[in-house]
Design a protein around this ligand. Structure first.
Ligand code: FAD
Length: 314
């Protein structure tokens, strides 16, 4: 079993943060699972004094790369290591860029990603990793099985002032890094996502798959303008590209609490409900009288939304 830990903390200082992450994977039983942990680090420095890090076998120093904290360099290092060693897990121990590093690396390697997990175990029977992660605003712990390989990070805790006694001194290797074309970052430019203003809106309209098309959403935007509301969508709508990602409501998107939340063609799946349940008033339009959303709405209107929203818009 192989794990790559990547860090942008200065490993020459006291390694509280790295050792804290290492202590969280100590239950993976290095001896029984033949666990090998390598630490990936970008630095121009030559390490002279011994570094102590529990469980780490080798520290791979990428000293040919400039700008250690640059996200695209961190990704390049991970991909370079992956091409040679193909680790079971990548664990991020980053001061900055953690939220960007995890999804980007997961997408490049087509592996699963888990941000801010609580703990990880290895199930000897199934030979799979089990991940425990807080969900629904931290009120519930979700248990997940990692189907194959994954990239993950742990929740950041206040570092304990208690010094962890560490004696293991890893081998230090300076990596002969070649930036092969296959490792080139395929992101051409970055575009800053403009906040959608949903968080502050008093009246929010959540469009669901039941609105039928991107074109209908354009018509609903006219309606929203006329009633001074902001338009956003469920995951199905976002996945179809009918609305941009920064308008996603729910567990994987934004949690809102407007004065009025009007849902149109939304079934009322739990991840979506989690995003709107704090609204002061929920009004739901759905043509299915048994739709789950009606159990949570203050007012429910059964019918085709096109017959209910002012006719001039359709
Ligand atoms: C890990 C995970 C995380 C997720 N996170 C999120 C999340 O953050 N946010 C989220 O939204 N989803 C999330 N989902 C997806 C979620 O489970 C649902 O699949 C999704 O919310 C359903 O979207 P919907 O209500 O638009 O579509 P559907 O479930 O397909 O519902 C469409 C509704 O429209 C109604 N309808 C159809 N035509 C009309 C009409 N003409 N007039 C009125 N009503 C009509 C139908 O009766 C139906 O109830 C997540 C799923 C997973 C597995």
């Amino acid at each position: 079993m192989k794990i790559a830990l990547i860090t942008d903390y200065n490993i020459l200082n006291t390694n509280h943060e790295i050792n804290s992450v290492l202590s969280k994977i100590s239950n993976l039983n290095p001896k029984t699972n033949n666990l090998k942990i390598d630490l990936l680090y970008i630095s121009k420095q030559t390490i002279i004094k011994p570094i102590t890090l529990e469980q780490v076998n080798e520290i791979h120093i990428y000293n040919q790369i400039e700008e250690p904290n640059n996200i695209s360099n961190l990704i390049k290092v991970a991909l370079h290591y992956n091409n040679i060693y193909t680790p079971d897990l990548f664990i991020s121990c980053l001061k900055e860029n953690q939220d960007a590093f995890i999804p980007q690396l997961a997408s490049k390697l087509s592996i699963e990603s888990f941000l801010n997990i609580e703990s990880i175990k290895f199930d000897n029977e199934t030979q799979k990793f089990n991940v425990i992660k807080p969900i629904y605003s931290g009120n519930v712990l979700g248990h997940y099985i990692v189907s194959d390989r994954a990239v993950l990070s742990f929740t950041k805790e206040k570092t304990s002032s208690k010094l962890i006694k560490v004696s293991n001194v890893p081998i230090i290797k300076y990596i002969d890094y070649t930036d092969a074309t296959t490792l080139k970052d395929d992101i051409v430019t970055f575009e800053k996502v403009v906040p959608s203003g949903i968080k502050d809106a008093k009246f929010v309209i959540v469009c669901g798959y039941g609105v039928g098309s991107a074109n209908n959403i354009e018509l609903l935007k006219d309606y929203a303008k006329s009633v001074n509301a902001v338009i956003c969508g469920t995951k199905k709508v976002i996945d179809l590209g009918w609305l941009p990602m920064n308008t996603l409501i729910g567990t994987t998107g934004q949690i809102i609490s407007p004065d009025i939340c009007l849902t149109i063609g939304v079934s009322g799946a739990a991840p979506l409900l989690n995003g709107i349940i704090k609204s002061k008033l929920i009004i739901a339009i759905n043509k299915d009288k048994d739709a789950r959303i009606f159990n949570y709405a203050d007012y429910g209107i059964v019918g085709d939304y096109k017959d209910i929203i002012e006719k001039e818009h359709f």
